[in-house]
Design a protein around this ligand. Structure first.
Ligand code: F6P
Length: 324
């Protein structure tokens, strides 16, 4: 392999830059040229290419966001768009591609692989942690720490005023941020999209139970796509059905996607970036590189995006136990 391309796609996540840096420097180490593709698959279609050398990725390890920019591409959903992308890759003599993103990114890569038999490997870049085949996606750890930091601050004011705060975290389809952030901030309860049962009614009963210890502050974490509704609607129901509580709603929003990546994020993103180059050199394709039990592992795109990653019931139960 003489030349490879790298792009970031979908929602950005802290640690993407660390992964790009690792790809560029590992490739250079092995004498391979790297083309940085701007704005995800859209940049691939438009031919927005820039050659990257080790110096191009200096001082990005610690930065959030992605220097390559990111997009959710509509163009790549059409065969015409993908054909244009393929022509650009051929014209530039790019022999392999590293795509960093989430399920949408890998869905596109998988279709492209099957249509053009072009070598693509993926790195899991999303704060949602919702991909099968890796314990942690790039961005998840930093997002969790951002949530914890924000909720600790909310806790201070909640405690001063004896209030209940309903805090919305990201996760349209996945409750992994809600789950671990909920444990990390000592939440009263979490509500999340994958739940099979209504968790709001039992919460209301608990809150109103006369046996309930009178807590000075309460935090309820709601994933944005929770089965019971978003934080605002959950807050409205709680205000109506738990009149004994003074309730406020906070939506954390996109602050969860920014910020400097944690140390573990940088280390894992670097490990995966190094492996991405090696795997293309070994002739691998159509797979996501992940880390399971601290070891690198490969998962076909088709399996990684199946949305089968399940909420850990033991962790979930801990929230009930620890919030009595
Ligand atoms: O997939 C990452 C994510 O941050 C989700 O948690 C969230 O639902 C979505 O992206 C938000 O997307 P956008 O930035 O396009 O509003």
């Amino acid at each position: 392999m003489k030349k490879l391309g790298v792009l970031t796609s979908g929602g950005d996540s802290p640690g993407m830059n660390a992964a790009v840096r690792a790809v560029v420097r590992t490739a250079a180490f092995h004498g391979i040229e790297v083309v940085g593709i701007q704005r995800g698959y859209d940049g691939l279609i438009e031919g927005e290419f820039e050659y990257l050398v080790p110096g191009s990725v200096a001082n990005i390890l610690q930065r959030g966001g992605t220097v390559l920019k990111s997009m959710r591409s509509k163009g790549f959903m059409s065969f015409e768009g993908r054909q244009k992308a393929y022509t650009n890759l051929m014209n530039e003599k790019i022999e392999g591609l590293v795509v960093i993103g989430g399920d949408g990114t890998f869905t596109g890569a998988n279709v492209f692989n099957s249509e053009f038999d072009f070598p693509i490997v993926g790195l899991p870049g999303t704060i949602d942690n919702d991909l099968v085949g890796t314990d942690y996606t790039i961005g998840y750890d930093t997002a969790l720490n951002t949530v914890i930091d924000a909720v600790d601050k909310i806790r201070d004011t909640a405690d001063s005023h004896n209030r209940l705060f309903v805090v919305e975290v990201m996760g349209k389809d996945a409750g992994f941020i809600a789950l671990r952030a909920g444990i990390g901030c000592g939440a009263e309860a979490i509500l999340y999209p994958e739940s099979e049962e209504d968790r709001l009614e039992p919460l209301i009963r608990r809150m109103n139970s006369e046996h309930k210890r009178k807590k000075l502050s309460n935090i309820v974490i709601v994933a944005e796509g929770a089965k019971e509704g978003n934080a605002q609607s959950v807050g409205d129901v709680l205000k109506e059905k738990c009149p004994g509580y003074d309730i406020r709603v906070v939506v954390l929003g996109h602050i969860q996607r920014g910020g400097s990546p944690t140390c573990m994020e940088r280390v894992r993103a670097s490990q995966m970036g190094v492996e991405a180059v090696k795997s293309l050199m070994d002739g691998r394709k159509g797979e996501m590189i992940g880390i399971v039990n601290d070891d690198i592992c490969y998962t076909p795109f088709t399996k990684a995006i199946k949305n089968q990653e399940k909420i850990n019931q033991n962790l979930l139960q801990m929230i009930d136990i620890l919030s009595i």
